[in-house]
Write a protein that binds this ligand. Structure first.
Ligand code: NAD
Length: 376
């Protein structure tokens, strides 16, 4: 088995496999080729890959001969078109948001594995790229907010006067939200939190934040722990409560997402109108439409004295650690689908394999993708 590591394109700084993992793959009889400069932005230079036993190769060689291509994001159309039928592509392909691309992968008979669709179970935790990367995003969102904010986060009593602690509001207490709470608390802020899943209340409170409850959320227990869309009645009640909290907040970190759907609108322009001048919002749901009415992905918007930073890829601002964790997640998954001799061996009875495999043998095999393709 030859595994090829792609150099990511556009604004992506991460790399899918790091030199440390190359060594471990070799112990499984896997030969690793790395596209020239693939790890440069994450400070894993070609020489480190070579020292670990990989061969630095041009893209054409990778696409021509590697059995499996590893990536962070879905490769561009040109690269995809050059992957030969029957070969394997593994990465964070976001199939739930790219249904037409999935049809093309199947039509071209490319076997695809997407680590963002594995089940969120204890056993899958070591392969969970959504968690390892969201953890970074939550941490970095607070640092970015603190950096952009014109006041202190912690409380200070000084000879020159007293400073009140910053009030941080976190919307959505998933992996990113919980890390945002912990980071904001470490910086000395007072933190309030909303989520539609009451199950997170205890975790939120254990981090020293206040959980604001809104009665009547839709039951998400059948959705594998993910949030589901809420009724109009609930949304109205929630918006009223958020409006009260947001008017007092200095910093808002929004993280609310529903897999395969547009992000819920939680912060309306009317709420922004009531915010304090100088307040900062970091919207981590920017790529799927954003949680505010004015969010623009990869842009900072200024709205009546409020700064709204839209960025769903903050993990890429810490590429060295993000790549290290991503690579470990990917390696743990590869151990599940490769034999010790480095051959592909798929057990579709395994919920992780079935959850990650999107296309196989020219067919779309993933149940979550299929359910989104069927008209409701
Ligand atoms: P996510 O990125 O899909 O969503 C972020 C948060 O936004 C979630 O907590 C969600 O409930 C919340 N949200 C959605 N709509 C909302 C709304 N209208 N108002 C307020 N909040 C809203 O979440 P995630 O971090 O990817 O986590 C998804 C699920 O997976 C969670 O249940 C999480 O605990 C679970 N998980 C489990 C494991 C594990 O057991 N191995 C690992 C990671 C995550």
């Amino acid at each position: 088995m030859i595994v090829g590591i792609l150099k990511e394109k556009n604004r992506e700084t991460r790399v899918s496999l790091v030199p440390e993992i190359v060594k471990q793959l070799q112990q499984m009889s896997v030969t690793v080729w790395v596209e020239q400069g693939a790890g440069d932005h994450a400070f894993y230079e070609d020489s480190l890959y070579t020292a670990a036993g990989a061969e630095v190769a041009p893209l054409s060689q990778l696409l021509e001969q590697a059995d499996m291509i590893c990536c962070v994001n879905t490769p561009d159309a040109e690269t995809l078109a050059a992957i030969k039928p029957g070969r394997v592509l593994a990465g964070t392909l976001q199939p739930l948001y790219n249904l037409s691309a999935v049809e093309q992968w199947a039509a071209r008979n490319i076997t695809t594995f997407s680590l963002d669709t594995i089940p969120r179970t204890t056993r899958a935790q070591s392969m969970d790229v959504l968690s390892s990367q969201a953890n970074i995003a939550g941490y970095k969102a607070v640092l970015l907010a603190a950096y952009s904010y014109s006041r202190y986060f912690p409380m200070f009593m000084t000879a020159a006067g007293s400073i009140a602690p910053a009030k941080v509001l976190v919307l959505g207490a998933g992996v990113a939200g919980l890390q945002a709470i912990a980071t904001a608390r470490r910086l000395g802020a007072v933190v309030e939190v909303f989520d539609t899943r009451p199950a997170v209340k205890e975790e939120v409170m254990s981090l020293g934040a206040k959980f604001v409850e809104v009665e009547g959320a839709a039951d998400a227990s059948a959705a594998g722990g993910y949030a589901v869309e809420q009724s109009a009645d609930y949304q109205q009640k929630q918006q009223q409560r958020i409006a009260e909290s947001i008017a007092k907040a200095d910093i808002v970190i929004t993280t609310a997402q529903i897999p395969g759907k547009k992000a819920p609108l939680l912060v309306t322009n009317a709420m922004l109108d009531n915010m304090r001048a100088g307040a900062v919002i970091v919207d981590l749901a920017a790529a799927t439409g954003g949680n505010t009415e004015v969010t623009k992905n990869n842009e900072t918007v200024h709205y009546k004295g409020v700064t709204i930073i839209g960025n769903s890829n903050l993990a890429a601002t810490m590429p060295a650690d993000a790549s290290k964790l991503y690579a470990k997640n990917l390696f743990n998954f590869l151990k599940l689908i490769l034999t010790k001799e480095g051959a592909l061996a798929l057990n579709f009875e395994d919920d992780i394999v079935a959850g990650a495999c999107i296309t196989y043998n020219g067919e779309i095999v993933n149940q979550r993708v299929k359910s989104l393709m069927q008209p409701a």
